[in-house]
Ligand binder design. Sequence first.
Ligand SMILES: Cc1cc2nc3c(=O)[nH]c(=O)nc-3n(C[C@H](O)[C@H](O)[C@H](O)COP(=O)(O)O)c2cc1C
Length: 164
Amino acid sequence: MDLNDFIKKAVEILPKGAFLTTKDNETVNTMTIGWGSFGFQWGVPVATVMVRESRHSKIAMDKGCDFTLTFPLDDSMKTALGYCGQKSGKDTDKIADCGLKLIPAKEVSTPVIDCKSLVMECKIFASTPMTEELTCKEILDKWYKSGDLHTMYHAKITGFYELS
Ligand SMILES: Cc1cc2nc3c(=O)[nH]c(=O)nc-3n(C[C@H](O)[C@H](O)[C@H](O)COP(=O)(O)O)c2cc1C
C-alpha cells in the first residue's frame, strides 16, 4: 500500500478511535485519539495529532521524540479504545488493564500495540500549543469552554505498515 492509500484508510478509521502510544523512560502509556491530520511538510510526510493540556500523555510527548499510532482494522479493540479514552495513565496502567500486547517498533523507541491494525511510527519534529488569542471565538466556544487547549504535535511518519 502506498502512503496516500494508507492515509486514506487511516483517516476513515480515526473518528472511531486510534491509539496514540507514548514512552516516558520505560513507562508506556496509550490514549485514544479521534482527531489528527496527515500531509507533507518540511519535505517529508507528517502526522499531526492534538493532545490537550490535561492529558498524562502530554508529559511523554513533550519529553520524548517519538510515538506510535495504531488504527484498529476491526472492532476487537472497541472496549480498549473506550477505556484508554477515559482513564488516565497517571492513575493506572492502561496497557496492563486492557491486556494489550506490545511489540517493538521498527524505527522508533516507542512500542506498537499488537493488534490487527494500520500502524504509523512517528518522530516528533515540532509542537504548536494553541493559544486563546490566536484561536477564533467560534472554536473556543465550541470546544474549549473550560480551557484545556490542545497542543499540536507534528511528526515525521518514519514508517507505516499493516499488522495482522
Ligand atoms: C473517541 C475518543 C477520541 C479522543 N480524542 C482525543 C484527542 O484527539 N486528543 C485528546 O487530547 N484527547 C482525546 N480523547 C480523550 C483522551 O483519550 C482521554 O482523556 C484519555 O484518558 C487521556 O489519557 P492520558 O491521561 O493517559 O493521556 C479522546 C477520547 C475518545 C474516547
